[in-house]
Design a binder for this molecule. Structure first.
Ligand code: NAP
Length: 292
């Protein structure tokens, strides 16, 4: 008997996850008889839960906090992007029952960056865009790998602990990755540039929970950033974080956390259900997510 395709999300806790809304929305739009559930899995039970996926008849699961790193040890194969990012956020059950890991957070970063165009070239063969990553956790690693996939190459990683930022600077690749204390977060400018010089630009990515409801905002003065700076906030509750509000007030380009969430989910949807997510309905989906 052919079962309807089902997938889900595992995490601890997982009640807050918006992934079921997104996947069910797309299943519905495609008229597919499938489902997507929430599975709270305590860290002590992670291996048992992952190994049970084939027996449960699931096509796969998304993996959220706190399992993104530890899940890798329970898989038969991992995509090279997972190895680089050091984490998986999607597990796929293959037809032979083996388990493969993917990191679609990387795609969630790369897709909206690519949509804003190619990185700025100051000189032939030289990309003059400084990518400033705030944070040194799993999302920050995905931000680096995703931005590299989108064509960026010059990284500054700002964290409370420079020690924690150093491995990320290495991931970005010497000599283009630098670990810096959070207090040093300000634009990297060249002495001979005027205020609105367009030879250089920035991408600023918040990969921490700063700015989330109940948390302090990112402390940053955007006044002296180049005018074509892209400010990307992974936080999506609220959708308009203080960081994004300040960027819009300054006329800078922005990417919000929902754009990333939907882009990473679309890549996972295709892996689970074997068809592309119907992205023509993104505006309707965003309105549903904002009100959820
Ligand atoms: P994580 O592994 O726990 O890392 C969090 C990072 O944020 C750590 O470097 C931590 O610093 C730093 N941090 C937290 N609070 C801070 C503060 N007040 N000041 C300075 N640094 C602070 O978490 P994660 O998985 O990387 O996720 C980070 C954020 O990205 C979360 O808000 C998550 O919701 C978001 N995210 C969004 C999407 C999306 O699709 N939009 C996808 C993935 C993640 P310490 O190490 O010093 O504690």
């Amino acid at each position: 008997m052919m079962l309807p395709p089902s997938a889900g999300v595992i995490g601890w806790p997982v009640a807050h996850s918006k992934s079921p809304i997104i996947h069910r929305f797309w299943l519905n739009k495609l008229g597919l008889d499938g489902d997507y559930g929430r599975f709270p899995v305590h860290p002590d039970n992670l291996g048992t839960a992952i190994r049970a996926l084939p027996a449960l008849g699931l096509r796969g699961v998304n993996v959220t906090i706190p399992h993104k790193v530890t899940t890798m040890a329970h898989l038969d194969a991992v995509d090279p992007l997972c190895t680089r990012a050091g984490a998986v956020n999607t597990v796929v059950v293959n037809t032979d029952g083996s388990l493969s890991g993917y990191n679609t957070d990387v795609i969630g970063v790369a897709e909206p960056l690519r949509a804003l165009g190619v990185p700025r070239q100051a000189y032939p063969n030289h990309v003059a865009t400084y990518v400033q990553i705030i944070g040194a956790g799993g999302a920050a690693r995905a931000a680096i790998v995703g931005a590299i996939a989108a064509g960026y190459g010059d990284f500054e990683i700002f964290a409370r602990s420079t020690e924690k930022a150093k491995p990320l600077a290495e991931l970005a690749g010497a000599p283009f990755g630098e670990a810096l204390p959070l207090g040093r977060l300000r634009p990297t400018r060249n002495d001979d540039d005027g205020r609105d010089d367009q030879r250089y630009s920035h991408v600023v990515i918040n990969a921490t929970s700063m700015g989330m409801v109940g948390n302090d905002p990112v402390q940053i003065d955007l006044t002296h950033y180049y005018p074509d700076t892209i400010v990307f906030d992974m936080v999506y509750a609220p959708l308009e974080t203080p960081l994004l509000a300040a960027a819009r007030a300054r006329g800078l380009r922005t990417i919000d956390g929902l754009q990333m969430l939907v882009a990473q989910a679309a890549a996972a949807f295709e892996l689970f259900y074997g068809v592309a997510a119907p992205r023509g309905h993104d505006d309707e989906l965003r309105a549903i997510l904002v009100n959820a």
